[in-house]
Design a protein around this ligand. Structure first.
Ligand SMILES: [Zn+2]
Length: 435
Protein backbone atom coordinates (compact mmCIF):
# COMPACT_ATOMS: atom_id res chain seq x y z
CA UNK A 1 0.00 0.00 0.00
CA UNK A 2 1.38 3.41 -0.99
CA UNK A 3 1.93 5.80 1.93
CA UNK A 4 1.93 9.59 1.94
CA UNK A 5 3.20 11.49 4.96
CA UNK A 6 2.35 15.19 5.30
CA UNK A 7 4.31 16.63 8.20
CA UNK A 8 5.27 19.78 10.07
CA UNK A 9 2.03 21.64 9.32
CA UNK A 10 -1.04 23.07 11.05
CA UNK A 11 -3.62 20.29 10.79
CA UNK A 12 -7.36 20.86 11.04
CA UNK A 13 -8.87 18.04 13.12
CA UNK A 14 -12.30 17.39 14.61
CA UNK A 15 -11.09 19.12 17.77
CA UNK A 16 -9.60 22.14 16.04
CA UNK A 17 -6.09 22.95 14.85
CA UNK A 18 -3.01 21.03 15.95
CA UNK A 19 0.36 22.61 15.22
CA UNK A 20 2.72 21.14 14.38
CA UNK A 21 0.96 17.98 13.33
CA UNK A 22 1.12 15.29 10.69
CA UNK A 23 -1.21 13.19 8.56
CA UNK A 24 -0.34 9.71 7.33
CA UNK A 25 -2.27 8.33 4.37
CA UNK A 26 -2.21 4.63 3.52
CA UNK A 27 -3.87 3.64 0.26
CA UNK A 28 -7.20 5.42 -0.11
CA UNK A 29 -7.73 6.40 3.53
CA UNK A 30 -6.23 8.45 6.33
CA UNK A 31 -4.52 6.16 8.78
CA UNK A 32 -3.08 8.50 11.38
CA UNK A 33 -3.32 12.13 12.49
CA UNK A 34 -1.24 13.38 15.36
CA UNK A 35 0.43 16.39 16.88
CA UNK A 36 4.22 16.65 16.97
CA UNK A 37 6.62 14.90 14.62
CA UNK A 38 6.08 11.44 13.14
CA UNK A 39 8.25 8.58 14.34
CA UNK A 40 11.14 7.54 12.05
CA UNK A 41 9.33 4.22 11.67
CA UNK A 42 6.25 5.94 10.21
CA UNK A 43 8.38 8.13 7.96
CA UNK A 44 10.02 4.97 6.59
CA UNK A 45 6.63 3.56 5.62
CA UNK A 46 5.89 6.55 3.42
CA UNK A 47 6.98 6.60 -0.20
CA UNK A 48 5.97 10.26 -0.53
CA UNK A 49 6.97 12.91 2.02
CA UNK A 50 5.30 16.33 1.87
CA UNK A 51 6.41 19.20 4.07
CA UNK A 52 3.60 21.45 5.28
CA UNK A 53 5.85 23.93 7.08
CA UNK A 54 4.02 27.30 7.42
CA UNK A 55 1.07 25.67 5.67
CA UNK A 56 -2.41 24.43 6.61
CA UNK A 57 -3.50 20.83 6.10
CA UNK A 58 -7.25 20.38 5.81
CA UNK A 59 -9.92 18.25 4.12
CA UNK A 60 -10.43 18.89 0.42
CA UNK A 61 -13.07 21.57 -0.11
CA UNK A 62 -16.47 20.85 -1.64
CA UNK A 63 -17.68 23.10 -4.44
CA UNK A 64 -21.37 22.36 -3.88
CA UNK A 65 -22.74 23.95 -7.07
CA UNK A 66 -21.31 24.70 -10.48
CA UNK A 67 -21.96 24.30 -14.21
CA UNK A 68 -18.72 23.02 -15.71
CA UNK A 69 -19.88 23.49 -19.30
CA UNK A 70 -19.71 27.25 -18.70
CA UNK A 71 -15.91 27.04 -18.38
CA UNK A 72 -15.92 27.95 -22.08
CA UNK A 73 -18.20 30.97 -21.33
CA UNK A 74 -16.20 33.04 -18.85
CA UNK A 75 -16.57 36.79 -18.91
CA UNK A 76 -19.90 36.85 -20.73
CA UNK A 77 -22.29 38.10 -18.02
CA UNK A 78 -22.02 41.53 -19.68
CA UNK A 79 -24.11 43.28 -17.05
CA UNK A 80 -27.30 41.45 -17.93
CA UNK A 81 -29.85 40.36 -15.30
CA UNK A 82 -30.34 36.60 -14.86
CA UNK A 83 -33.24 35.91 -17.23
CA UNK A 84 -31.88 38.05 -20.10
CA UNK A 85 -28.38 36.61 -19.54
CA UNK A 86 -29.82 33.10 -19.89
CA UNK A 87 -31.89 33.85 -23.01
CA UNK A 88 -29.37 35.98 -24.93
CA UNK A 89 -26.09 34.24 -24.06
CA UNK A 90 -26.19 31.05 -22.09
CA UNK A 91 -28.96 29.15 -23.88
CA UNK A 92 -27.61 29.79 -27.44
CA UNK A 93 -24.10 28.73 -26.34
CA UNK A 94 -25.35 25.65 -24.51
CA UNK A 95 -27.33 24.40 -27.46
CA UNK A 96 -24.31 24.79 -29.78
CA UNK A 97 -22.03 22.67 -27.58
CA UNK A 98 -20.81 19.30 -28.90
CA UNK A 99 -19.95 16.40 -26.58
CA UNK A 100 -16.29 17.21 -27.21
CA UNK A 101 -16.84 20.85 -26.13
CA UNK A 102 -18.42 19.54 -22.92
CA UNK A 103 -15.49 17.20 -22.33
CA UNK A 104 -12.96 20.04 -22.68
CA UNK A 105 -15.01 22.44 -20.55
CA UNK A 106 -15.36 19.81 -17.80
CA UNK A 107 -11.65 18.94 -17.87
CA UNK A 108 -10.64 22.60 -17.54
CA UNK A 109 -13.28 23.33 -14.90
CA UNK A 110 -12.24 20.31 -12.84
CA UNK A 111 -8.56 21.19 -13.28
CA UNK A 112 -9.30 24.63 -11.85
CA UNK A 113 -11.37 23.23 -8.98
CA UNK A 114 -8.58 20.83 -8.00
CA UNK A 115 -5.87 23.48 -8.35
CA UNK A 116 -7.95 25.70 -6.04
CA UNK A 117 -8.46 22.97 -3.42
CA UNK A 118 -11.96 21.69 -4.25
CA UNK A 119 -11.55 17.91 -4.43
CA UNK A 120 -15.31 17.34 -4.58
CA UNK A 121 -17.54 19.09 -7.12
CA UNK A 122 -21.31 19.09 -7.56
CA UNK A 123 -21.97 19.67 -11.26
CA UNK A 124 -25.52 20.79 -12.15
CA UNK A 125 -25.29 19.47 -15.68
CA UNK A 126 -27.49 21.14 -18.30
CA UNK A 127 -26.09 19.91 -21.62
CA UNK A 128 -28.08 16.71 -21.97
CA UNK A 129 -28.74 16.69 -25.75
CA UNK A 130 -27.26 13.18 -26.03
CA UNK A 131 -25.96 10.58 -23.57
CA UNK A 132 -22.45 11.38 -24.84
CA UNK A 133 -22.81 15.03 -23.72
CA UNK A 134 -23.49 13.89 -20.14
CA UNK A 135 -21.09 10.95 -20.02
CA UNK A 136 -18.28 13.31 -21.13
CA UNK A 137 -18.40 15.02 -17.71
CA UNK A 138 -18.14 11.78 -15.73
CA UNK A 139 -15.24 10.65 -17.94
CA UNK A 140 -13.51 14.01 -17.38
CA UNK A 141 -13.79 13.54 -13.59
CA UNK A 142 -12.15 10.13 -13.85
CA UNK A 143 -9.28 11.59 -15.90
CA UNK A 144 -8.78 14.71 -13.76
CA UNK A 145 -9.10 12.73 -10.51
CA UNK A 146 -11.87 14.79 -8.85
CA UNK A 147 -14.84 13.46 -6.94
CA UNK A 148 -17.95 14.41 -8.86
CA UNK A 149 -21.66 14.44 -8.23
CA UNK A 150 -23.43 15.00 -11.52
CA UNK A 151 -26.93 16.38 -10.96
CA UNK A 152 -28.67 15.74 -14.27
CA UNK A 153 -30.60 18.96 -15.06
CA UNK A 154 -34.04 18.88 -16.65
CA UNK A 155 -37.18 20.93 -17.30
CA UNK A 156 -40.51 19.55 -18.48
CA UNK A 157 -42.20 22.94 -18.99
CA UNK A 158 -41.40 25.96 -21.18
CA UNK A 159 -38.62 26.33 -23.77
CA UNK A 160 -36.73 23.11 -24.60
CA UNK A 161 -38.96 21.06 -22.29
CA UNK A 162 -38.24 17.33 -22.24
CA UNK A 163 -40.98 14.71 -21.97
CA UNK A 164 -41.07 13.30 -18.40
CA UNK A 165 -40.54 9.75 -19.69
CA UNK A 166 -37.21 10.64 -21.34
CA UNK A 167 -36.03 12.51 -18.23
CA UNK A 168 -36.78 9.48 -16.04
CA UNK A 169 -35.24 7.06 -18.54
CA UNK A 170 -32.01 9.08 -18.83
CA UNK A 171 -31.74 9.42 -15.04
CA UNK A 172 -32.22 5.67 -14.66
CA UNK A 173 -29.54 5.07 -17.30
CA UNK A 174 -27.10 7.40 -15.50
CA UNK A 175 -27.70 5.70 -12.14
CA UNK A 176 -27.13 2.29 -13.68
CA UNK A 177 -24.05 3.34 -15.61
CA UNK A 178 -22.28 5.68 -13.21
CA UNK A 179 -23.55 5.49 -9.62
CA UNK A 180 -20.86 3.61 -7.74
CA UNK A 181 -21.36 1.32 -4.75
CA UNK A 182 -21.95 3.17 -1.49
CA UNK A 183 -18.82 1.75 0.19
CA UNK A 184 -16.66 4.72 1.17
CA UNK A 185 -17.01 7.86 -0.92
CA UNK A 186 -17.69 7.11 -4.56
CA UNK A 187 -15.61 8.99 -7.12
CA UNK A 188 -18.71 9.55 -9.20
CA UNK A 189 -22.28 9.94 -8.02
CA UNK A 190 -25.46 10.92 -9.85
CA UNK A 191 -28.23 13.21 -8.56
CA UNK A 192 -31.58 14.45 -9.79
CA UNK A 193 -31.16 18.06 -11.00
CA UNK A 194 -34.46 19.84 -11.75
CA UNK A 195 -33.52 23.31 -13.06
CA UNK A 196 -35.99 25.60 -11.26
CA UNK A 197 -39.44 25.06 -9.74
CA UNK A 198 -41.21 27.21 -12.35
CA UNK A 199 -39.98 25.04 -15.23
CA UNK A 200 -40.72 21.69 -13.57
CA UNK A 201 -44.11 20.05 -13.05
CA UNK A 202 -45.07 18.82 -9.59
CA UNK A 203 -45.57 15.30 -10.90
CA UNK A 204 -42.15 14.97 -12.54
CA UNK A 205 -40.49 16.57 -9.51
CA UNK A 206 -42.07 13.89 -7.31
CA UNK A 207 -41.27 11.03 -9.71
CA UNK A 208 -37.61 12.00 -10.28
CA UNK A 209 -37.07 12.59 -6.57
CA UNK A 210 -38.53 9.16 -5.77
CA UNK A 211 -36.22 7.59 -8.37
CA UNK A 212 -33.19 9.40 -6.89
CA UNK A 213 -34.12 8.25 -3.39
CA UNK A 214 -34.27 4.64 -4.52
CA UNK A 215 -30.59 5.07 -5.46
CA UNK A 216 -29.77 6.85 -2.19
CA UNK A 217 -29.20 10.03 -4.21
CA UNK A 218 -30.01 13.70 -3.75
CA UNK A 219 -32.18 16.18 -5.65
CA UNK A 220 -30.41 19.45 -6.49
CA UNK A 221 -32.42 22.50 -7.63
CA UNK A 222 -32.05 26.29 -8.10
CA UNK A 223 -34.65 28.00 -5.86
CA UNK A 224 -35.54 31.67 -5.24
CA UNK A 225 -32.44 33.05 -6.96
CA UNK A 226 -34.18 36.30 -7.99
CA UNK A 227 -37.22 38.27 -6.81
CA UNK A 228 -38.70 37.87 -10.28
CA UNK A 229 -38.77 34.08 -9.90
CA UNK A 230 -40.43 34.30 -6.49
CA UNK A 231 -43.15 36.52 -7.98
CA UNK A 232 -43.60 34.12 -10.90
CA UNK A 233 -44.30 31.32 -8.43
CA UNK A 234 -46.71 33.40 -6.32
CA UNK A 235 -48.62 34.49 -9.47
CA UNK A 236 -48.96 30.95 -10.71
CA UNK A 237 -49.38 28.84 -7.57
CA UNK A 238 -50.22 31.36 -4.84
CA UNK A 239 -47.09 30.24 -2.96
CA UNK A 240 -43.41 31.30 -2.96
CA UNK A 241 -41.07 28.57 -4.30
CA UNK A 242 -39.91 26.96 -1.03
CA UNK A 243 -43.47 26.70 0.30
CA UNK A 244 -44.61 25.37 -3.06
CA UNK A 245 -41.93 22.64 -3.04
CA UNK A 246 -43.06 21.69 0.47
CA UNK A 247 -46.72 21.67 -0.59
CA UNK A 248 -45.96 19.05 -3.26
CA UNK A 249 -43.85 17.02 -0.79
CA UNK A 250 -40.46 17.79 -2.36
CA UNK A 251 -38.51 19.29 0.54
CA UNK A 252 -36.25 17.27 2.84
CA UNK A 253 -32.66 16.44 3.80
CA UNK A 254 -32.09 14.97 0.32
CA UNK A 255 -33.25 18.14 -1.48
CA UNK A 256 -30.38 20.61 -1.94
CA UNK A 257 -31.71 24.14 -2.30
CA UNK A 258 -29.31 26.21 -4.42
CA UNK A 259 -29.31 30.00 -3.82
CA UNK A 260 -32.32 30.75 -1.53
CA UNK A 261 -31.50 34.45 -1.97
CA UNK A 262 -35.11 35.53 -1.42
CA UNK A 263 -36.79 33.26 1.14
CA UNK A 264 -40.18 34.68 2.13
CA UNK A 265 -41.97 34.88 5.45
CA UNK A 266 -41.47 31.61 7.36
CA UNK A 267 -39.53 29.93 4.56
CA UNK A 268 -36.23 29.84 6.50
CA UNK A 269 -38.04 28.07 9.37
CA UNK A 270 -39.48 25.64 6.85
CA UNK A 271 -36.02 24.84 5.40
CA UNK A 272 -34.76 24.22 8.94
CA UNK A 273 -37.76 22.03 9.87
CA UNK A 274 -37.33 19.87 6.78
CA UNK A 275 -33.50 19.79 7.25
CA UNK A 276 -32.97 20.82 3.62
CA UNK A 277 -29.36 21.89 2.90
CA UNK A 278 -28.83 25.29 1.28
CA UNK A 279 -26.03 25.91 -1.22
CA UNK A 280 -24.88 29.53 -1.05
CA UNK A 281 -23.32 31.08 -4.19
CA UNK A 282 -22.53 34.65 -3.10
CA UNK A 283 -20.20 35.69 -5.95
CA UNK A 284 -22.59 34.58 -8.68
CA UNK A 285 -25.49 36.27 -6.86
CA UNK A 286 -23.46 39.49 -6.69
CA UNK A 287 -22.25 39.38 -10.32
CA UNK A 288 -25.81 38.86 -11.59
CA UNK A 289 -27.12 41.41 -9.03
CA UNK A 290 -29.61 38.78 -7.83
CA UNK A 291 -29.27 39.74 -4.16
CA UNK A 292 -27.58 38.63 -0.92
CA UNK A 293 -28.89 35.45 0.70
CA UNK A 294 -29.69 35.83 4.43
CA UNK A 295 -26.89 33.49 5.50
CA UNK A 296 -26.69 34.80 9.07
CA UNK A 297 -30.37 34.05 9.68
CA UNK A 298 -30.11 30.64 8.03
CA UNK A 299 -27.09 29.75 10.15
CA UNK A 300 -28.91 30.75 13.35
CA UNK A 301 -31.71 28.33 12.38
CA UNK A 302 -29.14 25.53 12.10
CA UNK A 303 -29.52 25.06 8.35
CA UNK A 304 -26.82 22.89 6.73
CA UNK A 305 -25.06 25.57 4.65
CA UNK A 306 -22.67 24.74 1.83
CA UNK A 307 -20.76 26.89 -0.61
CA UNK A 308 -20.74 26.91 -4.41
CA UNK A 309 -18.89 28.99 -6.97
CA UNK A 310 -21.75 28.52 -9.48
CA UNK A 311 -20.79 28.34 -13.15
CA UNK A 312 -17.87 30.31 -14.64
CA UNK A 313 -20.33 32.33 -16.78
CA UNK A 314 -21.46 34.10 -13.61
CA UNK A 315 -18.48 34.10 -11.20
CA UNK A 316 -16.19 33.87 -13.39
CA UNK A 317 -13.74 31.47 -11.80
CA UNK A 318 -13.89 28.37 -9.63
CA UNK A 319 -11.76 29.61 -6.73
CA UNK A 320 -13.75 28.62 -3.65
CA UNK A 321 -11.40 30.70 -1.45
CA UNK A 322 -12.63 33.84 -3.21
CA UNK A 323 -16.22 32.69 -2.75
CA UNK A 324 -15.48 32.00 0.94
CA UNK A 325 -14.28 35.54 1.54
CA UNK A 326 -17.26 37.02 -0.33
CA UNK A 327 -19.63 34.85 1.73
CA UNK A 328 -18.17 36.24 4.93
CA UNK A 329 -18.15 39.88 3.79
CA UNK A 330 -21.60 39.86 2.23
CA UNK A 331 -23.25 38.03 5.16
CA UNK A 332 -21.89 40.69 7.52
CA UNK A 333 -22.78 43.54 5.18
CA UNK A 334 -26.34 42.32 4.60
CA UNK A 335 -26.98 41.93 8.34
CA UNK A 336 -24.94 45.06 9.27
CA UNK A 337 -23.45 42.71 11.88
CA UNK A 338 -19.75 41.76 12.05
CA UNK A 339 -20.67 38.58 13.96
CA UNK A 340 -23.04 37.30 11.23
CA UNK A 341 -20.44 34.82 9.89
CA UNK A 342 -17.04 34.03 11.44
CA UNK A 343 -13.99 32.80 9.48
CA UNK A 344 -14.34 29.29 10.93
CA UNK A 345 -18.08 29.20 10.11
CA UNK A 346 -17.37 30.31 6.53
CA UNK A 347 -14.63 27.67 6.25
CA UNK A 348 -17.03 25.01 7.57
CA UNK A 349 -19.41 25.86 4.70
CA UNK A 350 -16.63 25.18 2.18
CA UNK A 351 -15.81 21.89 3.92
CA UNK A 352 -19.46 20.74 3.72
CA UNK A 353 -19.13 18.58 6.81
CA UNK A 354 -15.88 16.87 5.79
CA UNK A 355 -13.26 16.29 8.50
CA UNK A 356 -9.82 14.76 8.71
CA UNK A 357 -9.99 11.65 10.86
CA UNK A 358 -8.45 8.18 10.85
CA UNK A 359 -10.40 5.88 8.54
CA UNK A 360 -11.85 8.75 6.48
CA UNK A 361 -11.25 8.87 2.71
CA UNK A 362 -7.92 10.58 2.04
CA UNK A 363 -9.12 13.83 0.46
CA UNK A 364 -6.58 16.30 1.77
CA UNK A 365 -5.23 19.67 0.68
CA UNK A 366 -2.21 21.69 1.76
CA UNK A 367 -2.50 25.48 1.62
CA UNK A 368 0.72 27.50 1.73
CA UNK A 369 0.48 30.38 4.22
CA UNK A 370 4.12 31.38 3.87
CA UNK A 371 3.09 34.02 1.34
CA UNK A 372 3.07 37.80 1.18
CA UNK A 373 -0.76 37.48 1.18
CA UNK A 374 -1.10 35.54 4.43
CA UNK A 375 2.00 35.86 6.64
CA UNK A 376 2.38 36.47 9.52
CA UNK A 377 -0.43 34.15 10.60
CA UNK A 378 -2.12 34.97 13.93
CA UNK A 379 -5.27 32.96 13.37
CA UNK A 380 -5.45 30.01 10.97
CA UNK A 381 -9.19 30.30 10.23
CA UNK A 382 -8.79 33.98 9.34
CA UNK A 383 -5.71 33.27 7.24
CA UNK A 384 -7.67 30.74 5.19
CA UNK A 385 -10.96 32.67 4.98
CA UNK A 386 -9.56 36.17 4.46
CA UNK A 387 -6.01 35.89 3.09
CA UNK A 388 -5.58 32.68 1.12
CA UNK A 389 -6.32 32.21 -2.54
CA UNK A 390 -6.81 29.06 -4.62
CA UNK A 391 -3.35 29.53 -6.08
CA UNK A 392 -1.87 28.92 -2.60
CA UNK A 393 -2.99 25.27 -2.75
CA UNK A 394 0.22 23.32 -3.24
CA UNK A 395 -1.09 19.78 -2.76
CA UNK A 396 -4.40 18.07 -3.40
CA UNK A 397 -4.98 14.40 -2.69
CA UNK A 398 -8.20 12.64 -3.66
CA UNK A 399 -8.81 9.14 -2.31
CA UNK A 400 -5.07 8.76 -1.70
CA UNK A 401 -4.21 9.85 -5.27
CA UNK A 402 -1.85 12.82 -5.53
CA UNK A 403 -3.61 15.01 -8.12
CA UNK A 404 -1.88 18.35 -7.40
CA UNK A 405 1.74 18.52 -6.29
CA UNK A 406 3.82 21.71 -5.93
CA UNK A 407 0.84 23.56 -7.37
CA UNK A 408 0.93 21.51 -10.59
CA UNK A 409 -1.77 19.18 -11.79
CA UNK A 410 -0.44 15.62 -12.02
CA UNK A 411 -3.31 14.11 -14.01
CA UNK A 412 -3.47 16.43 -17.06
CA UNK A 413 -1.23 18.50 -19.33
CA UNK A 414 -2.63 21.90 -18.43
CA UNK A 415 -0.89 23.89 -21.18
CA UNK A 416 -2.17 21.61 -23.91
CA UNK A 417 -5.66 21.69 -22.38
CA UNK A 418 -5.69 25.51 -22.36
CA UNK A 419 -4.80 25.60 -26.06
CA UNK A 420 -7.56 23.13 -26.92
CA UNK A 421 -10.11 25.06 -24.84
CA UNK A 422 -9.22 28.40 -26.48
CA UNK A 423 -9.80 26.91 -29.94
CA UNK A 424 -13.06 25.22 -28.85
CA UNK A 425 -14.41 28.43 -27.24
CA UNK A 426 -13.75 30.50 -30.39
CA UNK A 427 -15.49 27.99 -32.59
CA UNK A 428 -18.40 27.72 -30.11
CA UNK A 429 -18.97 31.49 -30.13
CA UNK A 430 -19.11 31.51 -33.92
CA UNK A 431 -21.55 28.58 -34.08
CA UNK A 432 -23.79 30.22 -31.45
CA UNK A 433 -23.88 33.42 -33.52
CA UNK A 434 -22.06 35.51 -30.88
CA UNK A 435 -18.75 36.04 -32.67
ZN1 LIG B 1 -26.47 27.47 -11.06
Amino acid sequence: VAGILIGDGAVLTLDGWIEPGYVFIAGETIREIHSGTPSPNLAQQADTLISARHAAVLPGLTNAHTHLSQTLMRGLAAGKPLLRWLKELIWPLQSAMTADDVRLAALLGLAENLRCGATQVVEHHKITATAAHTDAVCEAAQIAGARLTLARAWADRGANAEPPQSILADLERLFEQWQQPAAGLPQIGIANGPLVPWRCSAETLRDTRALARRWGAATHIHVSETREEVQLSIDETGLPPIRWLDSIGVLGPDVQIVHAVWPGEGEIDLLAERAAPVVHCPVSNAVLASGIAPVGAMRRQGIDLRLGTDGPASNDNQDLFGTLKSALGLARLAAADPTALSPSEALAMALAGRTLSPGAPADVIVVDLNTSRAAPVHDLDSALALCASGSDVTTAIVGGRLVVRDGRLQTLDEDALLDECRAAANSLRRRAGLA
